[in-house]
Design a protein around this ligand. Structure first.
Ligand code: ADP
Ligand code: MG
Length: 278
């Protein structure tokens, strides 16, 4: 690069230079296609960036809420988010941490219990949920994003009254499992406008500052609705909604509300998939 950009903050505009670059490439493409050798990594990179251009243009300035939790926590997702934030997509990352909470509960002599896909949360479990989710996982996600060259702000629902909780309708069974009573996304607008990635632990409090464990899928969709997000992405280590949940080949690629209702009535959608489709 003859003109390296000394200011990494100016990087957001760089991919736009790919357009003229791409238009100078087409005469070469048939030659590349006719050789038997596979494309070089550099060619692959140019192709990927060129193909991303229409998407970058379409989603520039738009907000996308990504829910990222449990077993799906992987570093390459974070580097994608940092990359997209460099091209002016606005991401809100909402996270859970099912397995880690289970592990810390076990260490403190408690077992994890679930009811309809939601964690039964007594006072001790609530303390562990807050320590692990907001204290440990949230801060390590902020660390990772910072290491990758992005900037993020770690929050939970309590900060700036982002989420106000109320006890769930099944609180007799579920304990301190909360529903989202109110969302005030004001704090997110300024964080996003400054180019940071808000990283949100799915914990909230009621008016009396009692903490609640809120299912991460529910937090994600409530926030997506409140910020007027363009997309809500639920990342998971299963392929998606399965017609037969024991058969990974039965992936439902497209679905409407009537069919979701039918699958729920037939018991085909259960457990942790219920809050997702809800
Ligand atoms: P996360 O930790 O990402 O919130 P959950 O474990 O809570 O994920 O929810 C996803 C789980 O829901 C799947 O791993 C699967 O066990 C269960 N499930 C129930 N019904 C279905 C279905 N029809 N298709 C796919 N998964 C289903
Ligand atoms: Mg879940």
């Amino acid at each position: 690069n003859p003109n390296p950009n000394p200011n990494p903050k100016a990087l957001p505009l760089k991919p736009l230079h790919l357009h003229p670059l791409k238009s100078s490439i087409p005469p070469l493409l048939p030659i590349i296609a006719s050789t038997t050798s596979p494309p070089t990594p550099a060619q692959t990179r140019v192709d990927i960036l060129s193909e991303s251009l229409p998407f970058i243009q379409r989603f520039r300035g738009k907000t996308i809420v990504v829910k990222y939790g449990g077993a799906a926590l992987q570093c390459n997702v974070l580097s994608d988010l940092v990359l997209f934030s460099c091209v002016a997509l606005r991401h809100v990352l909402v996270h859970g941490s099912g397995p880690e909470i289970n592990a810390w509960l076990l260490r403190t002599g408690h077992e994890s219990k679930f009811h309809n896909g939601l964690r039964v949360t007594d006072a001790h479990t609530m303390e562990v949920v807050e320590l692990v989710l907001d204290g440990k996982i949230n801060k390590s996600l902020v660390d990772e994003i910072n290491i990758l060259g992005g900037t993020s702000v770690g929050l939970c629902g309590k900060d700036a009254r982002l989420l106000t909780a109320r006890p769930s309708s099944e609180s007799a069974v579920l304990g301190f499992v909360g529903e989202v009573a109110r969302v005030d996304p004001s704090v997110l607008h300024s964080i996003l406008a400054d180019g940071h990635i808000p990283v949100i632990a799915s914990v909230a409090a009621d008016e009396a500052a009692q903490g609640y464990n809120v299912n991460t899928d529910i937090t994600a969709w409530k926030l997506a609705a409140a910020v007027g997000a363009e997309k809500l992405i639920l990342l998971k280590d299963v392929a998606g909604i399965l017609e037969d949940r024991n058969d990974p080949r039965s992936l439902v690629k497209e679905i409407d509300i009537a069919r979701i209702r039918r699958m729920m009535e037939e018991g085909k959608v259960a457990g942790g998939m219920i809050p997702k489709v809800s």
